[in-house]
Design a protein around this ligand. Structure first.
Ligand SMILES: NC(=O)c1ccc[n+]([C@@H]2O[C@H](COP(=O)([O-])OP(=O)(O)OC[C@H]3O[C@@H](n4cnc5c(N)ncnc54)[C@H](O)[C@@H]3O)[C@@H](O)[C@H]2O)c1
Length: 255
């Protein structure tokens, strides 16, 4: 029987897919529930996929009820399973006021970014609180170095790339609720975060060269670098780590 269940939001994205895959690779007895607004291209590492637009906050409790039913009906899950939640989804979309300079950011884009990146993780934890408490819950919030330090804007010169204030502010808020929730759950549920540095994905070469020259480890992150730390935070190996946001950034924020 499977003795752990992990819910991963943003499972259709680059990092989400890698997290689901790493979870399956690290254990034969884990059930992965993937949540996203779009269906993943590859579902072999996901046992149950649920469609949810996380910006529709009122839909979160209904989805959690659905998960509760699913778990009670899934005969492969042990009654004493441990429950993990990885809040990994983040807003990257086509919307006015997103992907633009400071002077063009809009209230609508701020609202959407905050709903997906900050409000949804908070209200998922709220809706899942009793489930998490009953099942040795472990929550990992996927933040960013953008929530820890201000952007170095000269990185982006002549690349067309941006670094929105709304994104960094939502991740800084996520870092705070990570500690807040760890304190509220008072040890019944561990709540931690990871703050990845830039993940290499064929970015503009001048950006990449500048970025690498400022990173102690001399390279950008891979999805695997981040997924490994998330798996550790979900496991018993990190039993005494609580309320922390661990930078997985090759030393970017250390200097
Ligand atoms: N890519 C990087 O360099 C980087 C760096 C630091 C932190 N991060 C963080 O890592 C996490 C994963 O990022 P990624 O690079 O894999 O991004 P991605 O765009 O590949 O994946 C994001 C996923 O979130 C989903 N999503 C977005 N809005 C949603 C909504 N309203 N409802 C449900 N799902 C929604 C998308 O469909 C997508 O599958 C994010 O939290 C991001 O902030 C990424």
């Amino acid at each position: 029987m499977n003795d752990s269940v992990v819910l991963v939001t943003g499972c259709s994205g680059h990092l989400g897919a890698r997290i689901c895959c790493s979870l399956k690779e690290s254990s034969d007895s884990v059930v992965v529930i993937g949540v996203d607004s779009v269906r993943p291209k590859f579902e072999e590492h996901i046992d149950h996929f649920l469609t949810l637009d996380l910006s529709l906050l009122a839909d979160i409790p209904k989805t959690v009820d659905h998960i509760r039913n699913l778990l009670s009906e899934d005969l492969s899950v042990s009654p004493n399973f441990s429950l993990g939640l990885v809040n990994n989804a983040a807003f990257y979309g086509e919307i006015d006021g997103w992907g633009v300079d400071f002077l063009e950011e809009t209230p609508g884009a701020w609202e959407q970014v905050f709903k997906v990146n900050l409000f949804a993780p908070f209200f998922l934890c709220q809706s899942m609180a009793s489930l998490l408490r009953a099942h040795s819950g472990r929550v990992v919030n996927v933040s960013s170095i953008a929530g820890l330090v201000a952007p170095q804007f000269d990185l982006y010169v002549d690349t067309g790339m941006t670094n929105e204030a709304s994104y960094g502010a939502s991740k800084a808020g996520l870092n705070h609720i990570t500690k807040w929730l760890a304190s509220w759950f008072a040890g019944d549920v561990r709540v931690n975060g990871v703050a990845p540095g830039g993940i290499e994905r064929g970015q503009d070469i001048s950006f990449k060269d500048r970025y690498i020259s400022r990173t102690i480890s001399g390279r950008m992150a891979s999805e695997n670098d981040v997924a490994e730390v998330i798996c550790f935070l979900l496991s018993e190996r990190s039993e005494y780590v609580n309320g922390q946001v661990i930078a997985v950034d090759g030393g970017w924020t250390a200097v």
